[in-house]
Each structure stands twice: as structure tokens, then as C-alpha cells.
Write a protein that binds this ligand. Structure first.
Ligand SMILES: [Fe+2]
Ligand SMILES: [Fe+2]
Length: 283
């Protein structure tokens, strides 16, 4: 614990900020074309590392390592505070902490009258970033997620960085369906490893299915935003991806400079957590 993994990004938030700029709703068509030039070099370096090293074999290895939940036991609130300390330590200039982002996401849902399970999902959705505390590199914690084991979508940001991914030399993995079948269903697809997939495994037994989809697929922009990869989804997945689309604007656009009042909000969120989770869960 307390180990801060070094990576090209100045902080984990820098990737989230980049996605926000990419999908800025106020951005005009012509501005999309200059997106690449305006992206900081460290962010590009980050995507390069991510795209080159997230192979099917890498993902299977991380699933083996983490999804048995043998890393330790921790309460949800405790995990949140650990993550907060980490981010503050690694990024002293950050205006908003992780907990602030989680509170803003959840509070925006609450203001719109969404059900309690969804507010809770908004509050915890990024907790998988504790992977950083285990020493995982940034490119295996954050970043747009995408299926491994089949051809990459052209809709994934910086697709050219996949050229150096070892899977690109394996014809079996580079066909449209790869190791999968048409409409095989998302539970059979391996996505690139990161905070989404990890938290899904940590929390799935406690949350409704809609929440599981929101947590597991919230960084899969090529699917929920660009609408690619539908050929791997079942009819049920297609319906559930609407839930991910309901979730996404709160994650992206609820960020404001105004700091949420943590002390006032804490009792509400502690109670909400206790409604769904035991005091400690396995990580
Ligand atoms: Fe996230
Ligand atoms: Fe987020």
C-alpha cells in the first residue's frame, strides 16, 4: 500500500480529463479534427503503452491474479479514503480529489431523481483505481477499454498504436470475431484490464445487474459512445448498454470546480453503502 505507480500521466485524472475533452458536447465538428494535435504528449504516450501491452494473454493473467479477490478485505468507504490519499499524494496540484469526482457524479444522479442503487453506483464507479495502490502501472488501471482476442475497432482512440501490440501478428486474434462468435454475449468477452473490470468483480454480488453493466463497461467508449462491437452483444446486452449510456453523462459532465461538501454528504453515503454492502468486502 502507498506505492504510487509511475507512468506517463501526471495523474490518473489526466486520462479522464482527456475523455471529457474528446466527447465535449460543445465541441464543433471541425474541432474534432484538431483533437490529436492538442492532446498532451504524456497522454499520447499513455495510450501507446496501453494499446501495445493490453494483449489477450496479459488480460487473462490479470484476471487470474485479481478476480479471485485474494488481495485483502476492506470496506467501501475505507477504499475510497485510501484512493483519495493516493491521488492527493501523487498530484498535489489537483483541484478535485477522487472522492470529489465520485460525490459529484453521485450527487448529479441524486438531483435528477435516480434510484438509490444508481446513486451508489455513481459514488463507487471508480474505486477499482485502487489497483494503483497494488503497484499496477497506469496503463493497466485507466484508459478506454476494448475487447482483446479479436480485431480492434477503428473507433478506439489512437488505433495506430495497436501496430506494436503482439496480438497483431496472430491472424486468429485479428479476425472480426477472433476467439469469439457472433453475438456471443458480453459475459464471454475479455475487455482490456483496468479499474472497470476489477471493480465489477469486487462488487457484482451486491449490486443489481444494471449497476454491474455501468461499472464494468463505463470506459468502453468505442461501444457505448461510438456504437461499435454490437456484433458481439446479445439482445440482452444491447438493452443493458442503454444503462451504460444513461450513466456516462454523469461521469463525464458532472465535473465542476465547486467542491462538494464532504462532511455534510458523508452520512448519506455511509448509509447508502451500508444498505448494499457488508462492513468489509473482499478485494
Ligand atoms: Fe472510470
Ligand atoms: Fe469516473
Amino acid at each position: 500500500m502507498g506505492t504510487i505507480s509511475k507512468g506517463p500521466l501526471e495523474s490518473l485524472d489526466q486520462w479522464d480529463d482527456d475523455v471529457r475533452v474528446r466527447y465535449d458536447t460543445d465541441k464543433k465538428k471541425e474541432e474534432f479534427r484538431v483533437y490529436d494535435d492538442k492532446t498532451p504528449q504524456v497522454v499520447r504516450n499513455f495510450y501507446k503503452l496501453n494499446h501495445e501491452q493490453q494483449t489477450l494473454e496479459f488480460v487473462l493473467g490479470k484476471k487470474q491474479q485479481y478476480t479471485g479477490l485474494t488481495t485483502g478485505k476492506m470496506g467501501i468507504w475505507e477504499a475510497m479514503e485510501k484512493l483519495d490519499t493516493l491521488v492527493d499524494d501523487s498530484d498535489p496540484d489537483t483541484d478535485l480529489s477522487q472522492i470529489d469526482h465520485n460525490l459529484q457524479t453521485a450527487e448529479a444522479m441524486r438531483a435528477d431523481g435516480h434510484p438509490r442503487w444508481m446513486i451508489l453506483t455513481g459514488f463507487i464507479h471508480d474505486l477499482g483505481k485502487v489497483l494503483t495502490l497494488y503497484g499496477e502501472p497506469q496503463w493497466a488501471v485507466v484508459g478506454d477499454t476494448f475487447p482483446v482476442g479479436c480485431r480492434w475497432s477503428e473507433k478506439i482512440v489512437y488505433p495506430e498504436y495497436f501496430q506494436e501490440n503482439p496480438d497483431s501478428g496472430d491472424a486468429r486474434l485479428m479476425s472480426r470475431y477472433g476467439v469469439y462468435d457472433e453475438q456471443i454475449g458480453l459475459e464471454n468477452i475479455h475487455l482490456s484490464w483496468g479499474h472497470d473490470e476489477y471493480l465489477y468483480h469486487v462488487t457484482k454480488q451486491y449490486l443489481p445487474e444494471e449497476a454491474q453493466y455501468m461499472i464494468r463497461y463505463h470506459s468502453w467508449y468505442s461501444a457505448h459512445r461510438e456504437l461499435d462491437y454490437q456484433y458481439l452483444m446479445s439482445d440482452h446486452d444491447m438493452k443493458m448498454m442503454d444503462q451504460v449510456r444513461n450513466f456516462n453523462p454523469y461521469d463525464l459532465y458532472s465535473k465542476s470546480a465547486e467542491k462538494p461538501d464532504r462532511k455534510t454528504l458523508e452520512p448519506f453515503y455511509r448509509e447508502l453503502i451500508a444498505e448494499y454492502f457488508p462492513a468489509e468486502i473482499r478485494w
